[in-house]
Design a protein around this ligand. Structure first.
Ligand SMILES: [Zn+2]
Ligand SMILES: [Zn+2]
Length: 180
């Protein structure tokens, strides 16, 4: 995985529903993360919930232009969830990188990658590209990769829903204002 893919795991974590272990397991989709779903425990759940709150703060700081706070919080997260690269192979010959040392928990491995990816992403693109969905009922975070930094919603689904709602509201207002 490159830093961009790791940054996206930070987004996925903030947007995940961590009500129970089942919700957490839904986070580990894709071949590279599948092993985490098998090994994750209740203990990881508590740690990932705490980190989820802190990572959301990073996005809140970013959307309100508090660049220095983004950096302070990410530096503190980098200290808490350090990267320690290690070559691993589940079958011989299937060599690939892990980002934490042998015996590290699933939570530590996931967070080391997520925090590192998000930090590199910040250096590359700036914190103004950390976004929170403009649909209040959603609240999902996203990384804005649009060419002119104009993205407002986490997904097409939220954008469409919000435009339809705005359209209906305008129509209602027009109807009310038209004399009978
Ligand atoms: Zn592995
Ligand atoms: Zn949304």
């Amino acid at each position: 995985m490159n830093f961009d893919a790791y940054a996206r795991t930070a987004v996925d974590l903030v947007n995940a529903r961590l009500d129970d272990l089942g919700g957490l397991k839904a986070l580990f989709t894709g071949e590279e993360l599948a092993w985490m779903g098998d090994e994750v425990t209740e203990k990881d759940l508590a740690g990932l919930r705490r980190a989820q709150r802190r990572l959301r703060e990073v996005f809140e700081y970013g959307t309100s232009g508090r660049d220095a706070d983004v950096v302070t919080e990410l530096n503190s997260l980098l200290e808490a969830y350090p990267v320690q690269p290690r070559i691993s192979g589940h079958d011989a010959g299937d060599w690939h990188m892990h980002v934490t040392g042998r015996g590290a928990s699933v939570g530590a491995e996931y967070l080391a990658g997520a925090v590192w990816g998000l930090s590199v992403w910040l250096c590359e693109y700036g914190s103004a590209r950390f976004g929170i969905c403009a649909d209040e009922r959603c609240g999902n975070v996203y990384l804005d990769t649009s060419s002119n930094n104009c993205r407002r919603f986490c997904s097409e689904r939220c954008a469409t829903r919000s435009h339809v709602a705005a359209h209906r509201a305008r129509k209602r207002a027009a109807t009310t204002l038209t004399p009978a």
